[in-house]
Each structure stands twice: as C-alpha cells, then as structure tokens.
Ligand binder design. Structure first.
Ligand code: NI
Length: 191
C-alpha cells in the first residue's frame, strides 16, 4: 500500500480509454484500490480514478462524510466502483464548480446530468446499483469520465468560468456566475 503520484493533464494515460477489470478478488486489484484510497486521502480529494495514478483500468473510488463547501449535502458512501455503467435518468443537466486532482489549482463550472443510475461491482465482484442525484451524481460522472480519457474542461460549454482558484478574487466575471462570496472564496475539492 502506497501513496502514488497523481498524474496531471498532458499524460497520455489520462486520454486513454481504460481496460475493463476481468478478475475480481485478486491481490493486484486490492493493492490498486488501497493505493487509490491512500493517494486520494493524501490529496484531500473526494474521488480518484485509476488512470490518475497511471493504471489504465476501469476502477474508481469516491466518498465523503461532509461536503466542504456545503455541509448540508448528504454524505457520499465510501465506494470502490469497478467497470461502471452510467445511465442518465433525466435529460436535465445542472452546473456546479469542479476541480480535478489532475489539474491542480484550476476549477470551472461543468454541466452534468442531475440524476443518474450507476451500476458496477466492488473489488470482490459484488454488484453495486444506485440511483443518485446532485453532487453524488456529479462526482461519479467526473470519475467515470476519467475511465474514458475525458477531463472536465472537455465537458464545459463555456470556458469563461475556467481558471485558477487563487486568481479568482481578481477575476472580472459576470457576477451571475458566482452565487456567493463563500463559494467564491472556498477552494473546490478535487475529484
Ligand atoms: Ni478528476
């Protein structure tokens, strides 16, 4: 078990479609999952995908007890999701800030499906099926995009909100983009 380096945008593995896991319950998969948890915790993230530590396999981890910017949000169960399949449950998309551990210091407002079903397996091959909404749905969509070589700027439809978090105070954006001073000032958690 070891903390691994989080690879940054530009690494080819982050643009690659990752391979499905074919064998469950193996020592290799358990070790990968431990490394993902340890690396995510060290980085203070809410989620992490295997390609972000250089492993091109369809494995993500995510979870949080309390949302840093909105403590009122429900917690996200600590989850290992292997070979995920996502299905939007309605066409509606919502916008919120995202940051990614592979694009340190940056953030942007990203449209995501508001409600999704996700299925997959845990590391032992036990089936997972959930219907989720809001921030939980956003995190899963962000992580699973990593498995298809997609980073969040590729999902943005307006790059005006894309930028470095620490420059935000000096930004002269349309004020309607920013819902509150608290949101503006608190860093967006990496996923
Ligand atoms: Ni990410």
């Amino acid at each position: 078990m070891a903390e691994r380096r989080v690879l940054k945008m530009g690494k080819p593995v982050l643009r690659r479609v990752a391979e499905p896991v074919r064998e469950f319950g193996t020592a290799e998969l358990a070790s990968l999952v431990e490394d993902l948890w340890e690396t995510m915790a060290a980085a203070g993230g809410v989620g992490l995908a295997a390609p972000q530590i250089g492993v091109s396999e369809r494995v993500v981890v995510f979870g949080m007890d309390r949302h840093p910017r909105d403590p009122g949000l429900p917690p996200i169960p600590w989850t290992v999701l292997v070979n995920p399949i996502l299905t939007p449950l309605e066409a509606t998309k919502s916008y919120d800030w995202e940051a990614c551990l592979s694009l340190p210091g940056l953030r942007g407002r990203v449209p995501r499906y508001a409600r999704i079903r996700y299925t997959g397996c845990d590391a032992r091959g036990e089936r997972i099926e959930r219907e989720v909404e809001g921030y939980h749905a956003r995190v899963v969509q962000h992580e699973c995009d990593h498995l298809d070589g997609v980073l969040y700027p590729q999902r943005m439809d307006d790059l005006e909100s894309f930028g470095f978090q620490d420059e935000w105070l000096e930004c002269e954006l349309d004020p309607s983009l920013e819902s509150s001073a608290a949101e503006r000032d608190s860093p967006v958690e990496g996923i």
